[in-house]
Design a protein. Structure first.
Length: 262
């Protein structure tokens, strides 16, 4: 068997069309949406809605970590729209139509934090399997999927914002991980809580990892733990006991799937 695995597609439709070439199946670990394109400010959802100049200012404030000024600027952008939530949903649907259309069958996909999973049933079709908190068999191995990212401790999700990322309350996320049976391949968007796997060397920040994913790895020792989320990790892979833990890569930039063979 040969399975190609990608994560953090962020709108790269053309590369996604080729991701399954030569594979028996394609696995997608989320972050299909290109919400903010920090390399080309005219692209992405915000670029489409507000234009490159305003996104450039957005990116500058975010990089400089000027929290209050950044928050005020975001609020001013949303306030300039008649119906922010509908405007964003329409732009997301437009991207999903292209992205799901680019997937080759059979594909097994779970959402990331930069996704709107409530929209996925509109775009799933024959041969495209959407899995979250579920398992499936591929080539005789059991794959388990948990999408999204665990909401950090003390954080509050603004559920009525124009854009609501797929951040799951701690109890819900941990229960989804714990409820999976023992699997051969554990597929998540969020990495296990290991410092080398969660530190982004370009952003120079420690992303949140999942303690519950790490606990399942320690308890079950699957063949592989596959994930994304951290675009430039300090370590792309490491072994925990018998489990090979792999960040499958920032597909938007690398345009190369991670290849599983057995």
């Amino acid at each position: 068997m040969r399975v190609h695995v990608v994560s953090d597609v962020h709108g790269n439709v053309e590369a996604l069309k080729r991701a399954g070439d030569g594979a028996d199946a394609l696995v997608v670990l989320g972050d299909l949406i290109d919400f903010v394109d920090y390399h080309d400010h005219g692209n992405g959802i915000l670029g489409r809605v507000f234009g490159a100049e305003k996104v450039e200012r957005f990116a500058e404030l975010r990089r400089s970590r000027r929290g209050p000024e950044f928050g005020a600027y975001i609020r001013s952008l949303w306030a300039s729209l008649t119906d922010p939530a509908q405007t964003v949903a329409d732009a997301v649907r437009e991207q999903y139509a292209e992205l799901f259309g680019a997937m080759t069958a059979p594909t097994y996909a779970t959402p990331g934090n930069v996704d709107a999973p409530y929209l996925w049933p509109e775009f799933a079709r024959e041969g495209i399997h959407v899995l979250d908190g579920e398992t499936t068999e591929i080539g005789g191995l059991t794959f388990g999927f948990v999408g999204g990212v665990r909401l950090p401790e003390g954080a509050t999700l603004r559920a009525h914002s124009a854009w609501v990322p797929y951040l799951r309350v701690a109890e819900e996320y941990d229960e989804a991980v714990a409820s999976l049976p023992a699997v051969d391949v554990l597929c998540t968007h969020q990495p296990p809580a290991v410092a080398e796997l969660t530190y982004d060397v370009v952003a120079r920040s420690q992303e949140a990892g999942s303690a519950s994913v790490l606990a399942r790895i320690n308890a079950d020792q699957p063949r592989w733990s596959l994930f994304g989320h951290v675009h430039q990790p300090l370590s792309q892979r490491m072994r925990i006991g018998r489990t090979e833990c792999v960040n499958v890569g920032h597909f938007k930039r690398t345009e190369r799937p991670y290849v599983l063979r057995w």
